[in-house]
Design a protein around this ligand. Sequence first.
Ligand SMILES: COC(=O)c1ccnc(N)c1
Length: 238
Amino acid sequence: MKFEVLTIFPEIIECYIKHGVLGKALNKGIVEVKVYNLRDFTSDKHKKVDDYPYGGGAGMVMQIEPFYNAIMHLKADEKPRKLVLLSPQGRKFTQKLAQKFMEESKAMVLICGRYEGIDERVKAFVDEEVSIGDYVLSGGELAALVIIDSVVRLIPGALGDELSAVEDSFMKGFLDYPHYTRPEDFKGMKVPEVLLSGDHKKIALWRKRQALKNTLKNRPDLLKNLSPEDMRILKELC
Ligand SMILES: COC(=O)c1ccnc(N)c1
């Protein structure tokens, strides 16, 4: 899978992708990330990317020209790619959308805005607008990294052979179960006995109960299409 990121701060992306799962996936060749500086697609000597808003108002607006020039440059190879604008006005990014992107897109262009926003006419050249949550950021770069990270983790082979339970549970519609590791007793804070029992059936049931309990407490909105078994467990918790 290939990600092409349009930004005025390439170093934000380049620094993050070197580490952890993403770094390993890059080294394995499972994913490719190319970062383009929008300033390289300007036509003035000051490499200007923004200007004052028509109609007045605070702040600056990013101009369409650098985005247009960068998008046309990428499209010159005529390869299919999904163009995604990161913005607070977009549709909500979820684990399910991460899975859809991983399954459907061989290449994604992640377009990062800054300042007070970008010229509305840029949207004529994108496939969709995506938000990572109900808040405003100083730039789309963090959102681009969230999308790259969560999509890459889903690519077969990216996580080695241990697919994280987190993706699995989110895909099933509830939060993750609690995790513990050594020591067994830290200043009197003990690991739950069941996890030391070696009884895998009991452990699986305990983890499911804890996951449903966490979800009921923090994200009841996720509890929609539970299986009859999960519903039975949930009813016991209420
Ligand atoms: C400038 O971009 C943002 O503020 C942004 C992008 C994606 N999701 C958000 N919630 C905010």
